[in-house]
Design a protein around this ligand. Sequence first.
Ligand code: ZN
Length: 342
Amino acid sequence: MTTVGEVHTFRGPVSTADLGTTLLHEHVFVRDHELEVNLPDPEWDPAAMVAAAVDGLRRAHALGVRSVVDLTVPGLGRDVALVAQVAARSPVHLLASTGWYAPSALPVTFGVRGPGLLIDGPDPLDALFVRDIEQGIAGTGVRAAMLKIVLDRAGATPDVLRVLAAAAAAHRRTGVPVTVHTDPATHRGREALELLGRHGVDPSRVILGHSGDSEDVDELRALLDSGATIGMDRFGMEHVLPDDRRVRTVLALLRLGYADRMVLSQDAAFYSRVTPPSWRRAHAPHWHLENLPRRVLPMLRAGGATEEDLHQMLVANPARLLATAPVAAGARTGPAAREEER
Ligand SMILES: [Zn+2]
């Protein structure tokens, strides 16, 4: 049984009190298994990439990073058995995730499988998400600590809503928090909260990923005032927005008192089929796991962020979000149950 304050990592359960500095939105390897078979990328060498990831995590650990959530869900080439080889040799707590990365459409097989469809039966997504969280991913025994869904530019297509409903159901059952990949330019944060709310997900359990791509402080405040946490999670993606401007927005929100609802991360990867290592080295040289400790935290401190602010965003908020309530059969969850435990 899961107890309050316990979270699953690649190497088993740990107390959320032991997570330390935690990056809630990163990737180890973003792949495309079909492309690997049919149009291989010469930069993808599994043994070399595992070694690079182990090295990178060791360097991040030396800079104070203690826990990293790998938000590589299906749709992004998730391969937990391979990442487990990295986790086994890394001093950092690595956490796995479930959900589906579907900006507009799921694979065609889902179009015929589900309630009322040609191959009638329960939605396979429901079983997948719950199994990943409660039993483990793809036979590895590694349990997912976070759900991730997408609400991007394409908006709430039928498949996007299907993934959202399945994730909400898995959240209600397990208490695992939900990260939404949003597109701030099309105001998807607001829409995500509204849609998740209809499925019984409280904003306090939601992280609106990629909110840091926005510099609209008023709109970000509206999201924060709902009780949601916003992901200022793409430091180093300077081809989207330079870090000094990302820092300016975080500082503005800190001055307004929102330290308890922001999390900092980088959306980095040791390998991505989308933007391979050679492209990143040439065009996004700061987009890696060490950017926050080496460059961004000094910028935040220079701009007036206190050590208390940084601890709140890097340690306290991730621990609060990752802690789940008891989920044993028949266990009561929610505020009333927690009240009784005091
Ligand atoms: Zn990501």
